[in-house]
Design a protein around this ligand. Structure first.
Ligand SMILES: [Zn+2]
Length: 368
């Protein structure tokens, strides 16, 4: 397995062919590896677990259409990539638009430097936040005084969350953290609205997802001319979906709605650029979670024990990036709250802590 010989790569090849017909050109604009994928380690892991390999991907811009660039940050087998999220640069004649602002100062600054190579003297006049999570909004302040756009829920949640202290993150992420300022969306839209921005000839639809899914305030960014969708964290490709703020049933329904949209290319919140094929796998993962959790909820099994059991049920998804215990525990706690009708937008910290303790005790007994 080599970089680029992945499903994201083959998808882009199809797009490349489409764009070549249009005379647009497309491809990797700049390879900006922040960490070298340790491919061999990934292959060893895959072989040991006997699951099909999946791709690693690079930190780079890829051109998806004229003046439209998706930005991914490296991840996949062997790449330490927790909370590494994606973005975008959409160029107009005088200005450009960004999507999402990353988890830490070095990531936001690397994106802005790379975008400058594409945008030249054009200034960024708008940043869209797909949702409030810190790995998509901590870098907002580095875009100021640019207009920041998000759902009203996103704004309120960014304010409530405060400035990220990057607790638990690698030291390398904390370089420049004294520069962080709280910068929530300054322009917000409610659950019924859709805004259309124009960058030259490119129409950019920014809209509420239509229901809770990954959070209560997810935005979709859709380019109808090119059938490209930035789905934010409704789409996790080859990365275990994080559901600590989610409504998993409505998340699955949201994916079904996206499947009815006229979309060829999907840029996920995490993972390589893909399509509805990869989105179907995100859905599949969530369905496994829900099905297995419901079975155990009906048996009156505690969420920590259920999470410990469910973690063995993911099959080919078990080696997706970041299958951290906390993701499964969070998801099961969310699902149990959904089943007993007590689900709230915010994470239930005490329930997650209790379930995590139980989960850890069970897993450590198993490994001894
Ligand atoms: Zn998120």
């Amino acid at each position: 397995m080599t970089n680029g010989s992945n499903s994201g790569g083959s998808l882009l090849t199809r797009r490349e062919a489409m764009c070549a017909v249009a005379g647009a050109g497309l491809g990797v604009i700049s390879a900006l590896r922040m960490s070298q994928p340790a491919q061999a380690a990934g292959e060893v892991l895959q072989t040991r677990l006997g699951n099909p390999p999946f791709p690693s991907w690079n930190t780079e811009f890829r051109q998806l259409a004229p003046n439209v660039y998706a930005y991914t940050q490296a991840g996949g087998p062997g790449v330490p990539s927790s909370a590494i999220s994606n973005g975008a640069c959409i160029l107009g004649p005088d200005h450009w638009m960004a999507i999402d602002a990353f988890a830490a100062p070095p990531h936001a600054k690397a994106f802005l430097a790379a975008a400058k190579n594409l945008a030249g003297s054009r200034t960024c006049d708008r940043l869209i936040n797909t949702h409030h999570h810190a790995d998509h909004t901590t870098g907002n302040c580095f875009f100021l005084p640019t207009e920041i756009v998000g759902t009203e829920y996103c704004r309120q949640a960014v304010i409530k969350g405060g400035i990220s202290n990057l607790a638990g993150r690698p030291e390398s992420w904390k370089v420049g953290m004294e520069e962080l300022k709280l910068a929530p969306p300054s322009t917000t839209f409610d659950n019924n609205s859709r805004v259309t921005y124009r960058y030259g000839n490119t129409e950019v639809h920014v809209m509420y997802n239509g229901s809770p899914a990954h959070t209560w305030g997810d935005a979709l960014i859709y380019l109808p001319q090119y059938k490209i969708l930035w789905a934010g964290d409704i789409a996790f490709f080859y990365v275990a979906p994080a559901a600590q703020s989610g409504h998993i049933t409505k998340w699955i329904e949201s994916i079904d709605r996206i499947n009815k949209m006229d979309v060829d290319v999907i840029v996920p919140g995490h993972g390589p650029i893909g399509s509805k094929k990869e989105l179907a796998e995100t859905r599949d993962y969530l369905v496994i979670l829900k099905t297995e959790a419901k079975r155990r909820y009906d048996m009156k099994m505690s969420p920590g024990k259920a999470a410990a059991e469910i973690e063995d049920k993911f099959g080919k998804y078990s080696t997706w990036t970041d299958p951290a215990a906390i993701r499964t525990v969070n998801s099961v706690v969310r699902l149990y709250a959904e089943f007993n009708d007590s689900l709230a937008p915010e994470t239930d910290g005490p329930a997650v802590r209790a379930a995590t303790q139980e989960y850890n005790a069970i897993r450590s007994r198993r490994s001894n």
